[in-house]
Design a protein around this ligand. Structure first.
Ligand SMILES: Cc1cc2nc3c(=O)[nH]c(=O)nc-3n(C[C@H](O)[C@H](O)[C@H](O)COP(=O)(O)O)c2cc1C
Ligand code: SF4
Length: 456
């Protein structure tokens, strides 16, 4: 990768002051945005082909254009820094290294969209990132007028806080319970559901931390610079998080289009045990990536065509000693616990699947338990408000389909594989040492209390 195309430049050290940021070209992107018109900025993002790094890969220019052309006089922009996807730590890493580039992207968004306010949502538990961001924001507000509109919102630890419709609820002072309509239809501080493109919809552009960091670099260096790396459908770089049965758990920024095999072998030191890869999960939200897909170029469309997803670039790798019934149970329990129960099929279905996986693990399953799991997975998404229910369906049905032998071994009480892989819900990362996981998570209950709290 060429030096100029790097986003984070961690080898240059952390950026902690406005002066350091300016010395690296910081503030130039904002100047471009302030001196041109909004359409120019949106066109530049379109020409660059920037796609959201929060999981769905939605084109950023299309999102911004939708808000820009809205009939609503009140518009908002929100940076999503809730980062709760298992196996992902890149947003926190970016904020730790250089919060200025994220805030500059957010300030540009506020300027371009004529936003009334701009928000940056972080979990209250992200104290290192919140402190770094607060320092950067105070400095930035002295230099970039639109940065004065930015407000930091500290939210709860729940996974759903990162879901964009729930994020808006938290900004309004509520719980992280997803609304029915998306942020461009039901925006912030509207008494009613405005409806598509209605004057009172108060639409919000919700963008991931990494997406907004890219905005700053694209405007400063131009769309062609961004397109030098990556692929036609997924230009630029992505910040990948690699964890699991690998030799060197890491966070690394690389051009899109490389393969998972390259990521694992060249950047994560290969499989720690020296054994073959059995499964890779792009977080807990998408279908399992089986070993035959390790050579698919990593891009939003290429991974979707291969039957999985790039997600937010966090890959959890398992070697062939791993029991996939156990992994399915770990992910299913996570999604069941985090489900908010607004849509009964989601909470009930994920509970029933988790219970049956538990029965399999404990040798209590019936002959038709696996068929029941497959059946429940077909209706868990009914009447869903958000993608969490879809995640349960995709993760579980793909594991059942790809690893039937593991399920049969449990039904027959003869599984000799390993069952000790932790849920990679990351709470810290130290370069060279790796990740620290949330060891308290297993005591979190489906009503979002912790067993330890209940005992008190
Ligand atoms: C359960 C759930 C959790 C999510 N968590 C996050 C998150 O922590 N950070 C994030 O950027 N997007 C998260 N998303 C995706 C957001 O809803 C949204 O698509 C994203 O912030 C849009 O930003 P982008 O267009 O820049 O990718 C989550 C989605 C779901 C369904
Ligand atoms: S789909 Fe599940 S997590 Fe999403 S709003 Fe409904 S119950 Fe809550």
């Amino acid at each position: 990768m060429t030096e100029s195309a790097r986003l984070l430049q961690p080898e240059l050290g952390r950026v902690t002051t406005w002066g350091e940021y300016r010395a690296r070209g910081g503030g130039e992107a904002y100047r471009v945005a302030a001196e041109t018109d909004p359409a120019f900025v949106i066109d530049a993002l379109r020409a660059a082909g920037l796609r959201g790094r929060g999981g769905a890969g939605f084109p950023t220019a299309t999102k911004w254009r939708g808000i820009f052309t809205s009939r609503s006089s009140r518009r908002f922009i929100c940076c999503n820094g809730a980062e709760g996807e298992p196996g992902t730590f890149k947003d926190r890493w970016i904020l730790r290294h250089n919060p200025f580039q994220v805030l500059e992207g957010l300030a540009i968004g506020a300027l371009v969209l004529s936003a009334e306010r701009a928000y940056l949502g972080l979990k209250a538990s992200f104290d290192v990132e919140a402190a770094a961001t607060n320092v950067a924001l105070a400095e930035m507000q002295r230099h970039l007028p639109a940065a004065k509109k930015i407000e930091l919102v500290l939210g709860p630890d729940e996974y759903l806080f990162g879901e964009e419709k729930a994020l808006l609820e938290v900004i309004e002072g509520g719980l992280p319970l997803p609304r029915v309509f998306p942020p461009y239809i039901h925006g912030l501080f509207t008494g009613a559901y405005g409806g598509p493109n209605q004057p009172d919809s108060n639409p919000v552009a919700v963008n991931n931390v990494e997406t907004l960091a890219h905005v700053s670099h694209i405007l400063r260096n131009g769309p062609d610079w961004f397109r030098q790396l990556g692929t036609e459908e997924s230009p630029g770089t992505m910040v990948f998080t690699l964890s699991g049965d690998i030799r060197r758990p890491c966070i690394v920024e690389l051009p899109l289009g490389l393969t998972l095999r390259t990521l694992i072998e060249q950047h994560a030191g290969g499989i720690a045990s020296g054994r073959p890869v059995k499964a890779v999960f792009p977080g807990a939200a998408n279908r399992v990536i089986t070993p035959d897909l390790l050579d698919v170029p990593l891009g939003f469309d290429s991974m979707a065509q291969a039957g999985s997803s790039l997600g937010s670039g966090g890959f959890i790798v398992y070697d062939d000693r791993t029991c996939m019934v156990d992994v399915a149970h770990t992910f299913s329990r996570f999604l069941y616990v985090e489900s908010c129960n607004q849509c009964p099929p989601c909470k009930l279905g994920s509970r029933e699947i988790t219970g049956r996986l538990e029965a399999l693990l404990q040798g209590r399953a019936e002959d038709d338990t696996v068929e029941e799991i497959e059946d429940i997975a077909t209706w868990v998404t009914n009447a869903r408000r958000c993608y969490l229910a879809v995640s349960e369906q995709l993760v579980i049905s793909s594991i059942v389909a790809a690893y039937p032998d593991d399920f049969v071994a449990h039904l027959e009480g003869r599984c000799t594989l390993e069952h000790d892989r932790p849920l990679p819900k990351m709470v810290d990362y130290v370069e060279g040492e790796g990740f620290r996981f949330d060891t308290n998570y297993q005591s979190k209950q489906p009503d979002w209390t912790y067993a330890s709290e209940r005992d008190q």
